[in-house]
Design a protein around this ligand. Structure first.
Ligand SMILES: [Zn+2]
Length: 193
């Protein structure tokens, strides 16, 4: 038996984008196979999450264990997204906040649109979220202290949480390790072979 959601959550869900069928706020979800109307679970879960109180402020102390994603893998002048591990961990269940944080950081650093599949996947919710939902994620990121100014045109992110660095500015030892790790991964076979 699936969990039922209270009426205020169902009402809120109708006013949001559905991540499952991409219904717009105010529109109905796509009917199920039998033609019955429904509210998709992702939409209900998002509505439930949006009714939660704002997350607490989180003080991030410098970490030597940051996570890196090249913006354009293979380009030797690429920028690299550098994430604080605790920030990523705090956002593990919040793909919309990850998308908005990354989007704001790319804007702040005037980075090109990434060709990295991982970064494109992180950004994908921005392709369907409504403007209010992006603003809501930005508000939560601000409450956490990961974003300092959530202005779409000139945002300021908390550089401890996320920043962009030039590949050439990464420590030499790290770059050697990284190149070695990449060389150890077999290249995918070209199509048709
Ligand atoms: Zn739906």
């Amino acid at each position: 038996m699936s969990r039922s959601f209270p009426p205020e959550v169902r009402e809120r869900a109708r006013q949001r984008t559905c991540p499952d069928c991409r219904a717009r706020p105010g529109d109905k979800c796509a009917p199920d196979r039998a033609g019955r109307s429904q509210l998709h679970r992702g939409r209900l879960r998002d509505a439930e999450a949006s009714l939660q109180p704002l997350p607490p402020h989180r003080l991030l102390t410098p970490s030597g264990d940051r996570h890196f994603n090249e913006v354009n893998p293979g380009d030797r002048d690429t920028l690299v997204v550098s994430w604080h591990p605790d920030a990523l961990h705090a956002l593990a269940d919040n793909p919309y906040e990850v998308a908005v944080l990354l989007g704001l950081a790319l804007t702040e650093y005037q980075a090109p649109f990434p060709s990295s599949p991982a970064l494109c996947m992180f950004l994908s919710p921005l392709g369907f979220l409504a403007e209010e939902e992006v603003a809501e994620a930005a508000e939560r990121l601000t409450a956490r202290g990961f974003v300092e100014r959530a202005d779409k045109r000139s945002p300021v992110v908390n550089r401890e949480a996320i920043c962009l660095v030039a590949w050439t500015d990464l420590p030499a030892a790290f770059r050697l390790q990284w190149n070695a790790a990449k060389a150890a991964v077999p290249a995918p076979a070209p199509f048709g072979e």
